[in-house]
Design a protein around this ligand. Structure first.
Ligand SMILES: [Zn+2]
Length: 338
């Protein structure tokens, strides 16, 4: 039996698509702050998938992913419902900044929200109650913070089987297994019964087409895994590592101030002891070499080349021998978008 998707103020029947501007707050002028929501209710019964982006207002790649799924994909034969929220943090989006402009609150630490709490928690509550908690699973898209860039990867609490199922189906090469910070959408949604993972890709303030396309394949693969499509083809990324402990990942930090020259790109393999980047002064003297402490893949690199001592440079995750072999096979065969 198929059912309407209902939210505070409306309902979307099976076979219908609705574009809604949903009020989550008010401005200083008393005008509504509204977020764009598209609900695609398939004709056939199935799971409800929530797609969210721009909880951090300057992280744009996910916006394009959610818009394309909602408005460019053919949803004929869709089993279940897509709840698409391309811009969660509208005030931050308008200001093109990460946090809500009101006292720099982090919307992604404000879930599940509170109808009587701070403005951030009230916004979070409106979103969570109406669109996130009613869903069966969720994908929340992020990018690196400004001045840095991330390889496409998933962050998920792999100790929860339902969350691990979403993470595996998304078919990224790297999964970072962590519970997630308190108040983050993925952790609070997963704890409330909507298994949700974070998808990280690229950098803030950009549309990065190869990464967006790779993530769209991930969405398709998740929909296949959960029976929302005719196809049942769940993608296999060619190689995969699940990073569980802190000894399998590290932040390489600058021990000198200066200008960074990267020797490797995002998604590259670096061998233990290999030079990852160098830091030099304006005279190109006093060059500091930064070496990889173990063999692994660079999942985060700087875009801004300026560092103080102590600044994070690169996020490195380790690969075991079997994964290393698979990595080499895949990268020899094809140019893959990381
Ligand atoms: Zn983010």
């Amino acid at each position: 039996m198929t059912a309407d998707f209902t939210y505070n103020g409306g309902a979307v029947s099976p076979g219908e698509t609705a574009n809604v501007r949903f009020t989550v707050s008010e401005t200083y002028l008393g005008d509504p702050v509204r977020i764009p929501v598209t609900i695609v209710n398939g004709e056939t019964e199935g799971p409800t998938l929530c797609l969210t982006a721009a909880a951090h207002g300057d992280e744009l790649n996910g916006i394009e992913i959610v818009r394309e799924v909602a408005h460019e994909w053919d949803h004929t034969g869709l089993r279940g419902t897509l709840v698409c929220l391309p811009v969660l943090n509208v005030p931050g989006f308008i200001a093109q900044q990460r946090y809500l402009p009101i006292y720099d609150r982090d919307l992604n630490r404000s879930f599940p929200g509170n109808p009587n709490g701070t403005s951030a928690r009230r916004i979070a509550n409106r979103v969570f109650q109406n669109f996130i908690e009613p869903c069966d699973l969720g994908l929340d898209f992020h990018t690196s913070t400004r001045g840095r860039s991330n390889m496409l990867h998933v962050r998920a609490d792999m100790t929860q089987p339902s969350v691990a199922r979403v993470a595996n189906a998304f078919a990224s090469n790297v999964i970072i297994d962590s519970e997630g910070p308190s108040g983050s959408l993925r952790r609070e949604a997963s704890d409330a019964g909507t298994p949700t993972v974070t998808v990280e890709l690229g950098e803030a303030h950009r549309f990065q087409r190869p990464l967006i396309d790779a993530a769209l394949e991930g969405v398709l693969s998740v929909m296949a895994e959960f029976g929302m499509l005719d196809t049942e083809t769940v993608k296999w990324p060619g190689w995969r590592t699940v990073i569980e402990g802190s000894d399998e990942k590290t932040w390489l930090r600058a021990d000198a101030g200066g200008l960074v020259e990267m020797h490797h790109d995002r998604g590259s393999l670096v061998e233990a002891g290999e030079t990852v980047c160098t830091i030099s002064n304006p005279f190109k003297t006093d060059v500091t070499t930064v070496e990889a402490p173990f063999t692994g893949v660079l999942i985060g690199i700087p875009q801004n080349p300026l560092v103080y001592p102590g600044n994070p440079l690169c996020h490195l995750v380790s690969l075991d021998e079997a994964t290393l072999r698979a990595f080499r096979q895949v990268t020899e065969q094809a140019e893959t978008a990381f």
